[in-house]
Design a protein around this ligand. Structure first.
Ligand code: GLU
Length: 496
């Protein structure tokens, strides 16, 4: 083990989509490995046969890659210290388990699940922490052999010694547990399947992991694991338990509260860079001043020691704000490309239409760039450009604004005649110049800006606010603009 070139690992269980807490764990491990010129190992912890699924493994790897992370060793890229999928390592685990049993660190337990349940209930009724009572601890070899010969299948329990267990946590300092708090836990189940707390030690040791950085929910597992390292005479890695990510209500994020899967955020149109940046802020800060920073800055600066101990609160409003900031900083080309699937899914444009009207589409994205926070919001903002002219709905506020101006319909009608002359081959060449021209047109008639702009916005977009009107006219072109202005003027004149 060397701390100069640390070896880190991310060890997800493929029992669901990649959780955002898991994504943060992966990110911090990866950033530290990269910063120190160390190695990043990806290990798949699939020992739970009922809940582990190949499709989740694929989804997790995919999610990590989409976030821009990579790894030096793993089930997909190989490496010298594999295999990197726990179900492919059972022979190794059972060999180590046999060694531990041989050395007296493990003992077979024949207690039935009924007995264990009763024991548990009794302890709970007496307000004691449920724990194994050591019933099989003192069985002689002969008793064990007899039971096995009679067909009984034991579990293998770890024999927790007396005393206390201390380990170094880079975030919390030295952490000490009394061994009385640690049960004689099961290392290998009766069906021969080894358990997490045992296999993780074999793996972390075989894969020469120097730093174990993972969520705080594993803190109580750590003394169990440290005891196994010591029983095996191995160096204990350094630990760093990352603070729990809490919801705004101060409760742990859970699948029930929704939006815990990384994929959900990406599917909902959060820019991947914003997700990365936001996850970094869950327990870590670049300098206390700059909330917006890149993954490169994380890599340059991250150290486990600088992670906060306390629970980090996930603030959805701040997350969305950050998403918007990334949208504003993006190039129009990339933003357009990333929004394209949402435009297609919303049925506004097909992929082919986007390709054939690329310039127009990018222009539409540019016009809205300041005004949306998630890729998925763009279709809603541009929907008015795709509505049939006759079916454009006016929202109440837009219509109220338009009708405030008694002469609104008439002004629109007159403006339409001027506006029509401004198109060249059906298009507006310079939206800025058109805006200036319109203001002059108003000044010549001693009209105030809202007297035209409010009715105009209403009939063109149906909304009370939004992008620059003349950019909108340029996007619409002559046909759509004139159809909406003329029919809108009629509608304003006719209806009250
Ligand atoms: N497989 C564990 C989990 O997904 C992680 C174990 C570890 O990092 O030690 O929570």
């Amino acid at each position: 083990m060397t701390s100069l070139r640390p070896r880190l690992r991310f060890a997800p269980s493929p029992t669901g989509q990649l959780h955002i807490g898991g994504a943060r764990t992966a990110l911090f491990n990866w950033a530290f490995a990269r910063r120190m010129g160390g190695s990043m190992v990806l290990r798949i912890e699939d020992t739970d046969p009922t809940r582990s699924k190949k499709e989740y493994e694929v989804a997790i790897l995919d999610g990590l890659k989409r976030m821009g992370m990579d790894w030096d060793e793993g089930p997909d890229v190989g490496g010298d210290l594999g295999p990197y999928r726990q179900t492919e390592r059972y022979d190794r685990y059972l060999e180590v388990a046999a060694g531990l049993q041989e050395a007296g660190w493990g003992y077979p337990c024949f207690c039935s699940s009924e007995r264990l349940a009763e024991l548990r209930e009794g302890q709970m009724a007496n307000k004691q922490n449920p724990r194994y009572d050591g019933h099989c601890k003192a069985l002689t070899k002969q008793e064990v052999d007899e039971k096995i010969a009679a067909g009984e299948k034991p579990t293998l329990r770890f024999r927790v010694p007396e005393g206390q267990t201390t380990f170094k946590d880079l975030i919390r300092g030295d952490v000490t547990f009394q061994n009385t708090e640690v049960d004689d836990w099961i290392m290998v189940r009766a069906d021969g399947n080894p358990t997490y707390n045992f296999v993780v030690v074999v793996d972390d040791s075989d894969m020469q992991i120097s730093h174990v950085m993972r969520g705080e929910e594993h803190l109580t597992n750590t003394p169990k694991q440290v005891l196994v390292f010591k029983a095996l005479g191995l160096d204990v890695p350094l630990y760093a338990h990352l603070p729990l990510m809490l919801g705004k209500d101060g409760k742990k994020l859970s699948k029930r509260t929704g939006d815990t899967a990384l994929q959900d955020y990406l599917d909902n149109g959060y820019p991947p860079e914003a997700v990365l940046n936001f996850l970094c802020l869950q327990g870590w800060a670049l300098d206390g001043e700059n909330d917006l920073f890149s993954i490169d800055e994380l890599v340059k600066n991250f150290a486990p020691e600088s992670v906060a101990k306390g629970g980090s609160i996930l603030d959805p409003d701040k997350f969305k704000w950050m998403a918007g900031e990334y949208i504003r900083r993006d190039s129009v080309e990339r933003l357009a490309e990333r929004c394209a699937p949402f435009m297609v899914a919303a049925g506004l444009m097909t992929a082919e239409e986007i390709e054939s009207r690329q310039d127009w589409y990018e222009q539409a994205v540019r016009v809205e760039q300041e005004r949306f926070s998630l890729y998925s919001e763009l279709p809603g903002r541009l929907a008015y450009l795709f509505a049939a002219d006759a079916e454009l709905e006016w929202d109440k506020k837009a219509e109220k604004n338009a009708r405030k101006h008694v002469e609104g319909a008439e002004t629109l009608g007159q403006f339409a005649a001027w506006l029509e002359t401004q198109f060249v081959d059906g298009n507006i060449v310079d939206a800025g110049a058109l805006g200036q021209g319109a203001k002059q047109w108003l000044a010549d008639r001693e009209l105030k800006i809202p007297a035209l702009f409010q009715p105009l916005r209403c009939v063109l977009t149906g909304a009370a606010g939004g992008a620059d009107l003349f950019e909108i006219i340029a996007l619409m072109g002559r046909e759509m603009t004139m159809a909406r202005v003329l029919s809108g003027a009629d509608r304003l004149a006719a209806e009250v």
